[in-house]
Design a protein around this ligand. Structure first.
Ligand code: NAP
Length: 263
């Protein structure tokens, strides 16, 4: 993929988040003028507060924000409002393109947060500005909260899930590359994932071992990603979240990342 080094003003939504914080750093290192967008920076992509001022002179928006709730309805409301505000505000400010981070396999699931991400992609694509979609696997940094949600009475009830976990920093590099592409093909999708397939239960075991934590792990189809009889529980187990041929694959693996994160 061809990229160019010309410096631009780039707004990053979700600038303080798992992927957004890496992105802000990488873009600044590459010589871009970065506008960080988050409520803690005084800009709200849902209410629109501060957005028009933040987008002045911006050429590219990289959308890496997400609301606090993984609930389908709440997340859908967040993403539809943010997508409409970014398209409307971006077009009014003369922005040229939007790059969005999405999730591998979202259209193979039937509901939940994945459905909200489908609504986000669709709403962005309905707007006037061209949109470049980067679908990522689950982040290494996301394993801890994901597994944490499943702990009850000292047992982690980890869903049966095949995934190709990736470092948020690698996803941020890929988003920065997409923002530097000289031409954006509207609606084009690329995928980015880690170097190898993993089971979420194995990643949870490695995480607990790295902390000397002896929590029991029980793997089974179901919560928190989908109810046990939900077709999405089977989809997670059968590999719907794995990358397709042609995806960018890059290390570190989860264990390598964990060793560095642990220091
Ligand atoms: N986590 C994963 O494994 C994963 C995998 C693939 C794709 N993704 C996608 O990557 C994106 C970022 O995920 P993440 O895990 O990095 O998120 P995160 O760590 O939860 O960070 C969310 C960011 O959004 C900001 N935010 C929340 N509400 C906002 C609002 N109303 N207006 C402006 N900013 C707001 C937060 O800052 P404030 O609270 O200060 O507003 C924060 O900077 C999401 O779209 C997600 O679907 C995530």
């Amino acid at each position: 993929m061809q990229t160019e080094n010309r410096s631009q003003r780039i707004a990053v939504t979700g600038a303080t988040g798992r992927v957004g914080s890496h992105l802000v750093e990488i873009l600044a290192q590459r010589g871009h003028d970065v506008v960080p967008i988050a409520r803690s920076q005084g800009v709200d992509v849902v209410s629109g507060e501060g957005l028009d001022q933040a987008l002045v002179g911006v050429e590219t928006i990289i959308d890496a924000a997400t609301g606090p709730s993984p609930d389908q309805q709440e997340a859908t409301a967040f993403f539809i409002a943010s997508a409409q505000n970014l398209q409307r505000g971006g077009a009014a400010a003369g922005v040229k393109r939007i790059v969005v981070v999405s999730i591998i396999g979202i259209d193979k699931f039937h509901g939940g947060y994945n459905a909200a991400k489908v609504a986000q992609e669709q709403t962005l694509l309905e707007g006037p500005l061209p949109v470049r979609i980067v679908r990522a696997a689950q982040f290494h940094e996301f394993v801890e909260p994901l597994v944490g949600w499943t702990i009850k009475d000292g047992v982690a009830h980890v869903p049966e899930m095949r995934t190709q976990l990736v470092a948020a920093g690698v996803v941020a590099e890929t988003l920065a590359d997409a923002a530097e592409e000289p031409e954006i093909e509207n609606g084009s999708i690329t995928e980015v994932a880690g170097p190898q397939e993993e089971r979420l239960a194995d990643a949870a075991a490695a995480l607990f071992a790295s902390r000397g934590d002896s929590l029991e792990i029980r793997e089974g189809r179901g919560a928190p990603l989908a109810q046990p009889d939900d077709p999405d529980a089977a989809a997670y187990a059968e590999g719907a979240a794995l990358p397709n041929a042609g995806a960018k694959l890059a290390g570190p693996s989860f264990e390598e990342w964990l060793a560095v994160a642990k220091g």
